[in-house]
Structures are given as structure tokens and as C-alpha cells.
Design a protein around this ligand. Structure first.
Ligand code: ASP
Ligand code: MG
Length: 427
């Protein structure tokens, strides 16, 4: 089954059957005039092979940052509505330029921005969520054998205000368009050639995955493998859109992000991820009474601080230590909130640590195979790396360690759990 899928995948572009493809080109793929022309040639070739294409583009590399910088120079707190009017222009530039390049190649392309497609979102400026997409306009262009070139990242709310979907949001635009037009595949063209078993800059033995399930990708994406915006993977999972992450700089197949099939459980560990963006807070010697955890965590939740791992040690003489992690960017705020409640709840004090790393192993095979966590702890112990916190889910084991051992941990875990064949049962 897996092979059938890979075969049909590599057939795209060879003209063996007609498909409807969404092709999304990220910022580096349209970063220069030459790159935009190269993208136009790729789109034209896909169409020449007989396929229908919807193109979704990001702003040219660096453009969104440039626009945000302008806003920051005008105002200490730029108005969110106007900020979205500003940053959405990056994508408008890209769709116009790419469409011109396609027209020059004789391809009947037509640019569309969000209000023309009608990408409807909620009204949360800067991180709007897509509510619906009207596929009619795109279908009309396709029916006339033209190519809709759609601006990613942007939408319109119920009052016709321009909204944007958050950084990296054009991935989500593309997957949502693919769901709306019922595309056979959503190709995400980027500057890396796929999703790797771990970060190749840390571990040269990392290898490209042929395919990965939505759930594994969600874990890997949220753990710092920043290839796709997380929300795009949630969308793909909900609407079962096959996503092909690949490089616009080559013709090699990349990584398929797809629904699970039973053979995927044969691989015990699919990837090792490392996240250096969390900080640890410990509330010391908390009296062991009902309601205390709620007193600590409710204010954090109200402040929209996302708490990740939590551990509470076994109570000794009626006291317990409570440790949790938060995003590093929220550390100062979280710490002062917890310091404020500590005396009220009779805790002895609060300690915190910014230099931690969360290292995780992810794989569908963990569902049905015991012993991965034990093997992981064993490997870390072999290097003398102390584990400060542990958390597990059905397909993931995460540990918090001292940040200075992060790269070593990734390398030894990758070696033991992926390279040494543990993940390749029998086959
Ligand atoms: N241009 C936007 C950004 O830089 C959206 C995207 O590229 O996906 O975040
Ligand atoms: Mg991106």
C-alpha cells in the first residue's frame, strides 16, 4: 500500500494521469526575480504534463520581517488591524509577479488575493483562523484551463477586514485551499528537501523520511522541526489532505505527510526532536492540599501562558515540589506570577532554570512496543546525562535535560534508536 502511494506520488508531473495539485511556494522559493521565474517554469511544466494546478505563494523571503520592522518604527504598539493591512501586502506582491512570469510563458494565470477567493477567517488580527474558503472562483479559473495564483497568509473577516494567519501561515492557506478544491495533493515547496529523522545540522547521520503520519508530524512540528506550520498539519489531518514537503531547488521527491497505515507501526522511532525554547519553574515545598495546583495554574492560563510539562513529586511530610515548563518568551511573566502566589499558598519559594532542553523521541510504533522509554533512559545514562523531567504520550517520550547536553543527547539517541536498526523490525 505504501509503495503504491509512493509510486503514484512520483508519477505527478510525468503526465501519466491528470491530477489536481496545490503547489505552495515559500519565501525563499520566490525570494528573487530569478527564483520567481524558476517557479513559473515549474508550474508551467506541471500544467504541460496535463495537470490542473492551484498555486499558493508566500511573501518574498525577508519581506514580512521588513514590513513588521516598518510598523515597529512607526509605533511601539502597532494597531493590529493596520498591521495586518501592512503585512498582507507581501503576498500581494508575490502573486502579481509570479502571475506576470506565467503569462510571459504563455500560461493563462490569474492572481487572486484573499477577498477575491473569499478566504473567510475569524477577526483575530495577526493569528486569524480560517473558517471557510469559497472554491468557486478558483474552479472557474481551472475550468478555463487557467492557473489561479492565490495569496497565502491572508484572509478577510466577517466585516471584510484584512486578517493574517500568523507566521508561516501560508502553509495553512495552501492545505486549506487543497481541502476546498479537493486536490489530490498539496505540495509544499521550501528550501529544505523534506522532513528529517532529526536536525541534520546537529546530527549528520539524519536522513530524510519518505513519509510520516499526521500525528507524528504534529509531534515533530510542535517539538521544533519547523518545516510546516502546525495548524497546516492539523488541517491536513482533519481533511485527509496528502501533503508533500519538497524542495523547489530540485526535482527529488521530498517527504509525504499522510494518513496512517498499519505498516507505519513497524517503525518504532521515526524521529528525535529537540526544543530549546522552554524554561523550567519549580515551586518549592508546597503544602500538599487540594486546590493548590489550581491556584498556581489558573492565573497562568488566564494570561494565555501555555504550560507544557508538569510534574509533582510524591508528597513527603505533607509537602511537595511542583515543577513545570513554559515557553522561554513567557518565562519572566510566569515567574513573577508564581512568585506572587507562592507566599499565599505557603510554598517555601520558587526556583527557575532557563538553560534546559526538551529532547523527544516520536514514533507510531511506540503504541504497540514497550521498552522504548527504558532504552532512551539507558542511552542517556550511558552518557552521564541527568534527566530532570519526563513526560510521555502514546507516540512520544520527552525528557528535560541540561541544555548543554542537548546536541549530544540528540546524537546518541538518534544512533541508538534510529541508526542502529532498532526501528527497522525484521525488514
Ligand atoms: N509571509 C508570512 C511569514 O513570513 C507567511 C508565510 O511565509 O508563510 O510568516
Ligand atoms: Mg514557511
Amino acid at each position: 500500500m505504501a509503495h503504491a502511494m509512493m509510486r503514484s506520488a512520483t508519477n505527478y508531473g510525468t503526465g501519466e494521469h491528470v491530477a489536481l495539485l496545490v503547489q505552495k511556494y515559500g519565501g525563499t522559493s520566490v525570494g528573487t526575480i530569478e527564483r520567481i521565474k524558476a517557479v513559473a517554469h515549474r508550474v508551467a511544466a506541471t500544467r504541460a504534463a496535463g495537470h490542473d494546478v492551484v498555486v499558493v505563494v508566500s511573501a518574498m523571503a525577508g519581506e514580512t520581517n521588513r514590513l513588521l520592522d516598518l510598523a515597529a518604527k512607526i509605533s511601539a504598539q502597532p494597531n493590529p488591524r493596520e498591521s495586518d493591512v501592512l503585512v498582507s501586502t507581501g503576498e500581494q506582491v508575490s502573486v502579481a509577479l509570479l502571475t506576470m512570469a506565467l503569462l510571459d510563458l504563455g500560461v493563462p494565470a490569474r492572481s487572486l488575493v484573499a477577498h477575491q477567493v473569499r478566504v473567510s477567517t475569524d477577526g483575530v488580527f495577526g493569528k486569524a483562523r480560517i473558517k471557510s474558503i469559497d472554491a468557486r472562483r478558483m474552479r472557474e479559473v481551472i475550468a478555463a484551463r487557467g492557473i489561479p495564483v492565490v495569496a497565502g497568509f491572508q484572509g478577510v473577516d466577517a466585516d471584510l477586514n484584512i486578517t493574517t494567519l500568523g507566521r508561516g501561515g501560508s502553509d495553512t492557506s495552501a492545505v486549506a485551499m487543497a481541502a476546498a478544491v479537493k486536490a489530490d495533493v498539496c505540495e509544499i515547496y521550501t528550501d529544505v528537501d523534506g522532513v528529517y529523522t532529526t536536525d541534520p545540522r546537529i546530527c549528520p547521520a539524519a536522513r530524510k523520511l519518505e513519509r510520516v503520519s499526521y500525528d507524528e508530524m504534529l509531534e515533530l512540528a510542535s517539538l521544533g522541526a519547523k518545516v510546516l506550520q502546525i495548524r497546516s498539519v492539523e488541517f491536513a489531518k482533519r481533511y485527509k489532505v496528502p501533503v508533500h514537503v519538497r524542495s523547489s531547488f530540485s526535482d527529488e521527491p521530498g517527504t509525504w505527510v499522510v494518513p496512517e497505515d498499519p505498516s507505519m507501526e513497524d517503525v518504532l522511532v521515526t524521529g528525535v526532536a529537540c526544543d530549546l525554547n522552554e524554561a523550567k519553574i519549580t515551586v518549592l515545598r508546597v503544602p500538599d492540599r487540594p486546590g493548590l495546583a489550581s491556584q498556581i495554574f489558573t492565573p497562568l492560563a488566564n494570561a494565555h501562558i501555555v504550560v507544557d510539562m508538569i510534574i509533582q513529586n510524591a508528597s513527603e511530610e505533607g509537602f511537595t515540589d511542583l515543577t513545570f515548563t513554559v515557553p522561554r518568551t513567557d518565562h519572566a511573566k510566569a515567574l513573577s506570577m508564581v512568585q506572587a502566589v507562592a507566599p499565599e499558598i505557603g510554598a517555601r519559594g520558587v526556583a527557575s532554570d532557563m538553560s534546559i532542553a526538551k529532547v523527544s523521541v516520536v514514533g507510531l510504533g511506540m503504541r504497540s512496543h514497550a521498552g522504548i522509554a527504558a532504552r532512551m533512559f539507558d542511552v542517556l545514562a550511558g552518557e552521564g546525562i541527568n534527566i530532570q523531567m519526563i513526560s510521555t504520550s502514546e507516540i512520544k517520550v520527552s525528557v528535560v535535560i541540561d541544555a548543554k547536553y542537548a546536541e549530544l543527547a540528540v546524537r546518541v539517541l538518534h544512533k541508538a534508536l534510529i541508526e542502529d536498526g532498532l526501528s527497522e523490525t525484521s525488514a
